[in-house]
Structure formats: structure tokens, C-alpha cells
Design a protein around this ligand. Structure first.
Ligand SMILES: Nc1ncnc2c1ncn2[C@@H]1O[C@H](COP(=O)(O)OP(=O)(O)O)[C@@H](O)[C@H]1O
Ligand SMILES: [Mg+2]
Length: 261
């Protein structure tokens, strides 16, 4: 039975022309903003696929469409044209409620300004997205504690954000993104507000997550961040101008950073 089901899945994948190992696939993706009578084409005809477990940097100058793309990938917005397949599912035509459900189940977000709620403890912040999933309290607590442990902050779980450094707050942000076991972690300038030492700590954390098999997409304009990733997609004026593997010898790993500090 199991083998038959696997064969059936492969057959379906072949028919629709997708590779089951691609967690994200965008085809002719477009997003046009309408400002009064003016159309602003923020993304024009974007195509790429991201296999499970890849760590990708999306780069480009201000206004090139990075945030627009991340909003689409994160199911915060819908394309004006083309298709977006997330884990094989076409999310472009879902209504707002369906999109919110997909987002909560499949996407973990990390924000430049952390977006932690100041009145909640670190643990409660990590637990919050799980509340929206309707999980039982004991299960939620266990998942949140495991996520905080994986970013090395068990001893800070009762602290509120203002009692933590910027780097620690961002690690709480990463734990929150992780806690629900998402298919993809999306980060928008995750080191943008951090000093270089804390920024490196957060990048090391992403590298560790990548090593453990997570799919991670980081939007950044920082060339330094991109040296940690295995692939870089460059946008300009809403199109992909380059998309390539970063050669291993130009990539930094966990071991480099141990030596550097
Ligand atoms: N809500 C919006 N309404 C109208 N135009 C927008 C909106 N958001 C972004 N844009 C325009 O879309 C283009 C891409 O913006 P954005 O995705 O924010 O780029 P980036 O994140 O790379 O700086 C820009 O020309 C920007 O002015
Ligand atoms: Mg932006």
C-alpha cells in the first residue's frame, strides 16, 4: 500500500510537471499594485523553484520587489498573475481564511524588528502562533519550550522582550518561527537591526537550522549575509536578474565563524 501510494504521488507529480522535492515553486509570478489610475508592476514574470532543505538569499536594491515577493511566498498576499505552489498546493486562488490557515501551518516568519509582544514572556511569545492552531495547552508549551531550547534560551524563558538584548530577542523570534514545524522559514532582513556580533550569532543559528534540514529564505541587502547561503536570487525592477549557486569555497560555514571570533 505504501509503495503504491508513493508511485501514485510520483505519477501525479509528473503529470503536473512539478518535482515533489520542491517546497516552493513560482511560475510566471506577477504582482501589480494599483495606485489610483497608475499600475505599478512590482513583480513581472518571476520563475524559480526551491527544493526542500535549501538556504537561499534574495537580494536586490530598494524597490526591486523583495518584500512583495516575500509577502507572496509567505501567503500574506496573492499574485496578480502566474502561479505559486507551496508544498505542491496552488495557494494563489485561496480566500483570506484559507490563506491564513496555510500560512499558520506552513510558514515561519522572522522579522527585522523581531515583532515580539512586549507584555508576554519569551516562552509566551514563542507559543502564540500555536494558540491560533488550536493545539492543547500542554502540547503547545512543550513545543515552545523545545524551540526556545534549540536557540539556547531556556534560561531566559520567563524574561520579557525588553529584558533581553537585541540578539536574544531575535533568537526568540527564530524560536517562534520554528516552533510550529513549518515547511519554510522566511526572514526579512533578520540581522538588519543587530550589531555585527549579534548578527553573526543569528546567522549561525540559521546555518544550524539549515544543517538540520530546514528550508530557509532570507531577504537581505547585506552581501555578508548572502555568503552564508548556498544560493542567491537577485531581483531588479521586479525581475530575476541572476539566480545561482554560491560556490562552496565562497561560502562560510559554522566552522569559519568559530575560528573568526
Ligand atoms: N502597497 C503598495 N502599493 C503600491 N506600490 C507598492 C506597494 N508596495 C510596494 N510598492 C512598489 O512596488 C515596488 C517594489 O517594492 P518592494 O517590494 O517593497 O521592494 P523592496 O522590498 O525590494 O524594496 C516599488 O516600486 C514599490 O514602490
Ligand atoms: Mg523591502
Amino acid at each position: 500500500m505504501v509503495a503504491l501510494a508513493a508511485v501514485a504521488r510520483v505519477a501525479v507529480a509528473a503529470r503536473v510537471g512539478t518535482d515533489m522535492s520542491d517546497v516552493i515553486r513560482v511560475e510566471h509570478l506577477q504582482r501589480v499594485y494599483h495606485l489610483g489610475t497608475v499600475d505599478v508592476p512590482a513583480l513581472r514574470d518571476i520563475d524559480f523553484a526551491i527544493p526542500e532543505g535549501q538556504m537561499v538569499a534574495i537580494m536586490g536594491p530598494s524597490g526591486s520587489g523583495k518584500s512583495t515577493l516575500l509577502n507572496l511566498l509567505g501567503c500574506l498576499d496573492r499574485p496578480s498573475g502566474g502561479r505559486y505552489l507551496l508544498a505542491g498546493e496552488d495557494v494563489g486562488r485561496k480566500n483570506d481564511d484559507e490563506l491564513a490557515t496555510v500560512r499558520n501551518a506552513r510558514i515561519g516568519f522572522v522579522f527585522q524588528n523581531y515583532n515580539l509582544l512586549p507584555q508576554l514572556t519569551a516562552l509566551e511569545n514563542v507559543e502564540l502562533p500555536l494558540v491560533y492552531r488550536g493545539l492543547p495547552a500542554t502540547k503547545r508549551r512543550r513545543m515552545a519550550e523545545a524551540a526556545l531550547a534549540s536557540v539556547g534560551l531556556t534560561d531566559r524563558k520567563g524574561h520579557r522582550p525588553l529584558e533581553l538584548s537585541g540578539g536574544q530577542q531575535q533568537r526568540v523570534g527564530v524560536a517562534r518561527a520554528l516552533a510550529g514545524e513549518p515547511d519554510v522559514i522566511l526572514a526579512d532582513e533578520p540581522t538588519g537591526n543587530l550589531d555585527s556580533v549579534s548578527g553573526q550569532e543569528v546567522l549561525r543559528l540559521f546555518l544550524e537550522l539549515h544543517r538540520s534540514g530546514r528550508t530557509i529564505i532570507i531577504v537581505t541587502h547585506d552581501d555578508d549575509v548572502a555568503t552564508y547561503t548556498e544560493r542567491t536570487i537577485h531581483l531588479r525592477d521586479g525581475v530575476v536578474v541572476s539566480d545561482g549557486e554560491v560556490p562552496p569555497e565562497q561560502r562560510r560555514g559554522l566552522d569559519d565563524e568559530r575560528g573568526a571570533s
